[in-house]
Ligand binder design. Structure first.
Ligand code: SF4
Length: 257
């Protein structure tokens, strides 16, 4: 059965609380569990928060500025939002400050120009779709869905230092699955727009591929969470050095308490 689009406010997705089995899991939470199940538990079940790093704060500020462009406001308004958001963080970090200036002078102007000729279908759209055979919903927000030359593109905006590997990007797969399950239309491409390098890279997922991602990646994650399996994974891609919850984690002991 096809569902209609569910319009969830961008910052109002219910997070699972302690002692309560969550009924929904965000796309980003699936990624967190895959990187380190213990980190998932600390963040989404124990409800702990770490200190926001300068890089993460900058990423959030840039995203807010992009949202202003998506809302149809001029570039000057987006830059003003970027500055105001950054000022509210009160972070003094020379590397992040350099990135902030690059975002003002290069990233946002490029993105504003690059979007010309594209027609928005939806921006900052929330989706919530039941996972087949499971008592859970997969929830995600897609930065932008647009039409260009008769093709529908799902677009994810990133600004981090890591160059995204679009071919293996789980977020893109899950956003595409959410869209296809929620709409009578089908996306043709999925893309990452990397503001830092001013590049947009596309890929094309098949239905069969997406179904396998749900069956072989998402369903096992949800089943493991239901079973209370949260081992520590200090060998994740970025390692514990980048984990903002490391002060709550004892590594090296029994990992599945
Ligand atoms: S410190 Fe390492 S093992 Fe512990 S939660 Fe963070 S990433 Fe996982």
């Amino acid at each position: 059965m096809r569902l209609s689009l569910v319009d969830l406010p961008a910052h109002d997705i219910p997070a699972p609380s302690a002692n309560q089995s969550p009924a929904s899991i965000r796309v980003t939470a699936v990624q967190t569990y895959l990187a380190c199940p213990r980190r998932y538990r600390l963040q989404y079940i124990d409800g702990l928060h770490g200190q926001t790093s300068p890089a993460a704060a900058l990423g959030t500020c840039v995203h807010r500025a992009v949202e202003v462009l998506h809302a149809g406001a001029p570039l000057d308004d987006a830059v003003a939002t970027l500055r105001a958001q950054w000022a509210s963080h009160r972070i003094d970090d020379p590397v992040a400050l350099e990135d902030l200036l690059a975002a003002e002078r290069e990233w946002l102007p490029w993105y504003d120009q690059w979007r010309q000729g594209q027609r928005d279908i939806a921006v900052e759209e929330g989706f919530s779709v039941p996972l087949p055979g499971l008592d859970w919903h997969l929830v995600g927000h897609i930065d932008r869905i647009y039409l260009q030359d008769g093709r529908i593109v799902i677009s994810d905006i990133k600004s981090g230092r890591t160059r995204p590997d679009v071919r293996r990007d789980l977020q893109l797969s899950l956003y595409s699955w959410l869209f296809r399950q929620s709409s009578d239309q089908q996306d043709d491409y999925q893309e990452v727009v990397h503001l830092r390098t001013r590049k947009a890279v596309r890929t094309a997922r098949t239905d069969d591929y997406l179904e396998r991602v749900i069956e072989q990646v998402v369903a096992p994650v949800v089943e493991a969470i239901d079973a209370g399996i949260f081992p520590a994974n200090p060998d994740s891609r970025y390692g514990c050095g980048y984990c903002d919850l490391s002060q709550y984690c004892t590594i090296g002991g029994e990992s599945n308490e």
